[in-house]
Ligand binder design. Structure first.
Ligand code: SAH
Length: 399
C-alpha cells in the first residue's frame, strides 16, 4: 500500500477529520509529485499526521475526495465491495423494498463512494460515474457491482455536465454488461405502475428522490383537480390519479419525456378521470395562466435546479419566488401547493423565505403541512450538508 502523499496547509484538516469528504485546492500546501488526476493519494496535515486517503484531481477545485480515514484500508476490490454492500444493507434496513422495486442503491459521497450513483430499476442497474477517481476505478466498480448485486444488466448514463468540472468528457450512454433493458423498464412505487426510460430519460431514467412526496400527494388527491408543472414523466400525476384525482394537467418543455409520461398516466388513470399533457415553456405559460385566477385544487411545482454557481443565489431566489407566486395564484381557496427545490445551494431557510415571499406576493394565507427532503434511499451524511439538496413543502392556502 503505497499512495503518493499530499500535504495540507496548517489547520486545514478539521472539516475532513469531522467527516466532510472534500478538500478544496486552497487547503493544499504541496501538490503530490507522483500523482495524476484520478489517482488515489494519502493526505497528511502540516505535522505529517495521516488525515485521509482519497481521489486526487489536479484540475478540480475539489482537489481530494476522501474515501477513508483509516490508514490501513487499501482502495481495492474488497473496499468497493464492502462499501456497496453497506449501502445495500442500509436500504434493506428501511421499508423501501416493501413499497417499491426501484431505488437508489449508491448515492455518491453520502454512501462513502464519491462520484458513484447506482439506481436499481427492477434489477436493471443504471449508473453514473461523476469523478475522475471513480472513472479510473471503473472496472473494479463494475466487478464489485456484479459480485454484490448480480444485476440483470448494468447500463451507463454518465452523460452529465458535472463531469466537466472534473476534466472528464461525457461518455456515450449504453449497456456495459448483461441483457439489454426494455425500452421502458416497468417499476412500481406505492401501488403505482411507472416506467423508467434508461435510454433517453433524464438522470438515470427516473426521479426516484421524490417518491415520498408523490405518495403523500396520492393520499391527498382524491377528487381533486391537479396542475403538475415541470412534470417530467408525470410521476406526481400518476400518483394523484391512483389516489382518485378527477383531472390532471402536466406541463413540461421536453417533447422527449412525453412518451414515458403518457405511459405512466395511462397505467394509473381510472376511466372516470382525465389526464392531459402539454409541451410548453412554463415561465411564459404560468405568467399568462396565473392572470386568469385560481383554477386548481392542487398545484405541484418541481423545477430543475435554477442555480449553477454560488454567485447566482440571489437571482435564482428571485426566479423561484416569482414561479411560486404564480403557482400560489393558481390554487383555489382551501387548496394545496406542493413546491420543491432540488438545488443544494438553496438552503432550507432560503426555501422557507421563497415560500413566505411568494405567498405574500400572491396575497394568500398559507400554512405548511409538511416539509420533506429526498426519500430514504438518498441518505444524508450530517457531515456532508452538500448532499442535502431536495426540499419539498406541502402548503395549504386560504384566500
Ligand atoms: N417532478 C418530476 C421531476 C421534474 S425534473 C418527477 O417527479 O419525476 C424537472 C423537469 O423540468 C424536467 O423534466 C425538464 O424537462 C423540465 N423543464 C426544465 N425547464 C423547463 C421549462 N422552462 N418549462 C417546462 N419544463 C421545464
Amino acid at each position: 500500500m503505497n499512495y503518493p502523499p499530499l500535504y495540507l496547509r496548517k489547520n486545514s484538516e478539521r472539516t475532513v477529520r469531522n467527516g466532510h469528504p472534500w478538500i478544496f485546492s486552497g487547503a493544499v500546501d504541496r501538490r503530490p509529485k507522483d500523482a495524476d488526476t484520478g489517482d488515489v493519494v494519502d493526505v497528511f496535515d502540516s505535522n505529517q499526521r495521516f488525515v485521509c486517503r482519497g481521489f486526487y484531481n489536479k484540475r478540480s477545485l475539489i482537489r481530494v475526495r476522501s474515501l477513508t480515514q483509516d490508514a490501513s484500508c487499501p482502495i481495492d476490490s474488497a473496499f468497493f465491495e464492502q462499501r456497496i454492500a453497506q449501502a445495500v444493507e442500509y436500504r434493506r434496513s428501511t421499508d423501501l423494498a416493501s413499497v417499491t422495486n426501484a431505488m437508489r442503491l449508491v448515492h455518491g459521497e453520502s454512501d462513502g463512494l464519491p462520484g458513484l450513483i447506482v439506481d436499481d430499476y427492477a434489477g436493471y442497474l443504471s449508473i453514473q460515474l461523476h469523478t475522475a477517481g471513480m472513472e479510473q476505478q471503473r472496472q473494479v466498480v463494475l466487478d464489485a457491482l456484479h459480485t454484490v448485486l448480480s444485476p440483470k444488466s448494468i447500463f451507463e448514463r454518465s452523460d452529465v455536465g458535472t463531469r466537466r468540472a472534473e476534466g472528464l468528457k461525457d461518455r456515450p450512454t449504453g449497456l456495459l454488461a448483461g441483457e439489454e433493458p426494455p425500452e421502458f423498464v416497468e417499476i412500481e412505487e406505492h401501488g403505482v405502475r411507472l416506467h423508467a426510460d434508461l435510454y433517453r430519460g433524464q438522470k438515470t431514467g427516473f426521479f426516484l428522490d421524490q417518491r415520498d412526496n408523490r405518495f403523500l400527494l396520492q393520499r391527498l388527491a382524491g377528487g381533486k383537480k391537479v396542475l403538475n408543472l415541470f412534470s417530467y414523466s408525470s410521476g406526481f400525476s400518476a400518483h394523484a390519479l391512483k389516489g382518485g384525482a378527477s383531472h390532471t394537467l402536466d406541463v413540461d418543455i421536453s417533447q422527449q419525456v412525453m412518451l414515458s409520461a403518457r405511459r405512466n398516466l395511462t397505467a394509473n388513470c381510472p376511466a372516470e378521470s382525465k389526464a392531459e399533457l402539454l409541451v410548453a415553456d412554463i415561465f411564459p405559460f404560468i405568467d399568462e395562466l396565473a392572470d386568469r385566477g385560481p383554477r386548481y385544487d392542487i398545484v405541484v411545482i418541481d423545477p430543475p435546479s435554477l442555480l449553477r454557481k454560488h454567485n447566482q443565489l440571489k437571482q435564482a431566489m428571485g426566479v423561484y419566488t416569482k414561479l411560486n407566486r404564480n403557482a400560489f395564484r393558481l390554487v383555489a381557496d382551501g387548496g394545496l401547493l406542493v413546491t420543491a427545490s432540488c438545488s443544494a445551494r438553496v438552503s432550507q431557510d432560503d426555501f422557507f423565505q421563497i415560500v413566505r415571499r411568494a405567498a405574500s406576493g400572491a396575497r394568500v394565507r398559507t400554512r405548511i403541512l409538511t416539509y420533506n427532503q429526498h426519500s430514504a434511499d438518498h441518505p444524508v451524511d450530517p457531515a456532508f450538508p452538500d448532499g442535502r439538496y431536495l426540499k419539498c413543502i406541502f402548503a395549504r392556502i386560504n384566500r
